[in-house]
Design a protein around this ligand. Sequence first.
Ligand code: ADE
Ligand code: ZN
Length: 341
Amino acid sequence: MTFSASAAPAPAMPPLAELHLHIEGTLEPELIFALAERNGIELPYADLDELRARYEFSDLQSFLDLYYANMSVLQTEADFADMTRAYLRRAAAAGVRHAEIMMDPQAHVDRGVPLATAVNGVASALAASEAEFGISTGLIAAFLRDLSEESALIVLEELLAMDAPIIGIGLDSAEVGNPPSKFIRLYDRAREAGLRLIAHAGEEGPASYVTDALDLLKVERIDHGIRCMEDTALVARLAEEQVPLTVCPLSNVRLGAVDTLADHPLPAMLDAGLNVCVNSDDPAYFGGHVDDNFAGLKAVFGFGTDVLETLAGNSIRSSFITAERRDVLLAELDAWVRAQG
Ligand code: ADE
Ligand code: ZN
C-alpha cells in the first residue's frame, strides 16, 4: 500500500485585486512609533495603548483627523517605502495579486515634505512589488476634496512635470459639502494627460454625488458608492453600465455609514446586479485587510465560493491592468474555484 502526501488545503482567499486602498491608511501603530523614533518626532501619545485608544470613530471626519495627524512621522523616502512594503507583504498573505494604491500628495506637501520624497518613496517599493511579493501595482494620486481645486491643479501639474509614475487620479477626504462639481477642471486636465479617473462618492455624501462623479468628472470607477442604494434610477444605471464600485465593508461600519456588518448593503448591491468588489480602504484603522473583510462577510452573510468568485472576478475585471495580466489572474481565480471542490 502506498500513501501519497495529502495536498495542501486550498487557500481560503481567492486571488484578487485590491482597488481601494489608501497607502497612508496602512500605517500601523507599531510603525508610527518606530518612524517617530527614527525621525526624532515626539508623538502626542505616551505609548501604543494610548494611540490605539483613539481608534474609535464617530464619522469620516473623526477618522480623518487622526489619519492626517499620524502622517507626521512620514518624513523620508525610506519612511514611505517601508510603509508601502509592509502593506504589500501583508496584502500578499491576504490573496492580493494586483493593487491600485492611492496616496494623498497634498497631505505631505502641505506639511513641508517635498512631493518627490513622498512619491519616490512609495513608487520605489511598488517598482519591486511584482518580483518581491507577486503583486502587480498601479499608483493613483488622490486629491483632497476639502482643499481648493486650485491646490489640486498645482500638485497635478507638478506630478506631470516630474513624470511621476501615476496611472490615475482620485478624490478623497471630507465628502459632504465638497461635491464633484468642484473638481471639473482637475478631471478635465487629468483626462487630457491620459490618466485614469476614479473618485470617492456616496460614502457619506448623497447618491447625487455618484451621479455627478459619473457625469461631470467622467470617472471610470466609484470608490464606496454605497449610498447609490437610495436612488432606484441610479442603481438601474449603475447595473446597466456595470460601473465598478469599490466597496469597503469594515470601513463603512467603523465610520458609522452602516450600523453593523449585518446591515451592510453589499448583498442587496449584488442582488441588484451591481459590479461590486471588496476592499480594505485604510486597513490599519478599520480592523483589517481585505481578507478580514471577506472573513467578516462570510461569517455574517454566509457567502460561499460562488459569491467570492464574483467579488474577486469583479475586482480583477475592474482594474486598470493589461489584458495579459488580467487573463493570468482570471485563470488563477478559475484554478482557485476548482480547488474549492
Ligand atoms: N481618505 C482615507 N480614507 C478615506 C475614506 N474612507 N474616505 C474619504 N477619504 C479618505
Ligand atoms: Zn477610501
